[in-house]
Each structure stands twice: as structure tokens, then as C-alpha cells.
Design a protein around this ligand. Sequence first.
Ligand SMILES: [Zn+2]
Length: 172
Amino acid sequence: MAHVVKCKVCGQQFDRDKIPCIAVSAKRYAHIKCATEAGLSGQKIEPPEKDKDLIALEDYIMKLFNEDYINARIKKQIKEYKEEYNFSYSGILKTLIYFFEIRGNSIDKANGGIGIVPYIYKEANQYYYNLYLAKIANEQKDISVYKPKVKYIEIAPPKVEKRKIRLFNFDE
Ligand SMILES: [Zn+2]
């Protein structure tokens, strides 16, 4: 939810949930720079912390649609997928990357929204899971390279560090 306020000094409107500012009186706000220049003091208001995964998702969507905001329709879709489908922000992001970059679908198909997500979410998850498995397999291949191949010389086999088992997490 946006909290649009008017800077007491320069008169410009800004969203105090996005831009840190100074509360110069009970209900008046000013840009930090403006307040400093005008010699006003007050409590510093920091924007509420936003979920990092949501920020990443929104950044990606804005780039995807070449816009500098998230339209109401997409906001609603994200909310719906999160709350009703129980998708994670990161999962939605990966699904979009999968659909548009890996599968190479045109943005024209998006029709100004991200309605494709529920249809492709599982498939995207599977894709990233397979990638993860391939990566693990490669890592294990690398280990075998270091095994001594010459048998007539006594060489202590290199210690292979026990690898931590990492669990695949689509939501990371
Ligand atoms: Zn200002």
C-alpha cells in the first residue's frame, strides 16, 4: 500500500513507503535532503522492509514488460498465486524466467499479465530440479578426476571432503 505524502519543503509528492523521509511535524513529511536544507528536523521514517524475493520478482516483471511499475492486474495475480496457490515469490520468478528465457516464449503472449504462471509452475520446478540433479552429478564427476590413476606408486588417496547434502529448494 502506497503512502503518498507531499514534501513540506519542495512540494513534490512521494511515497513514504519507498523513500526514506523526515516527519517534520505530526502529519507533514519532507525529503531528507529538503529537510536538511531547510533546517527542519524530525524523526526519520524508513520505508517498511519489503520481502527481498518480492523485490526481485517485481524488478524482473518490470524489466520484462519494460515498465517502471507493477500494474494492478499483476499485483493482484502475484497476491493470488502467493495466497491461494501457495507459490513462493522466488518460485514465481523462476517460473517466469523459465517460460520467457529458457522456453523462449514471446512477451506478446503474456497479454500484460503473468497468468501463465499457474500453468507452468510445476514444469518450471521440474526443470530446475533436473538442473540441480545435473549439477550434483557433475560435482561428483569432478571428484573422480582427482583419484590417483597411477597404481605402482604408492600415493595416499586425496581426502575427499564429505560433501554436505544440500536439499533442493525451489523456493530459495
Ligand atoms: Zn522535497
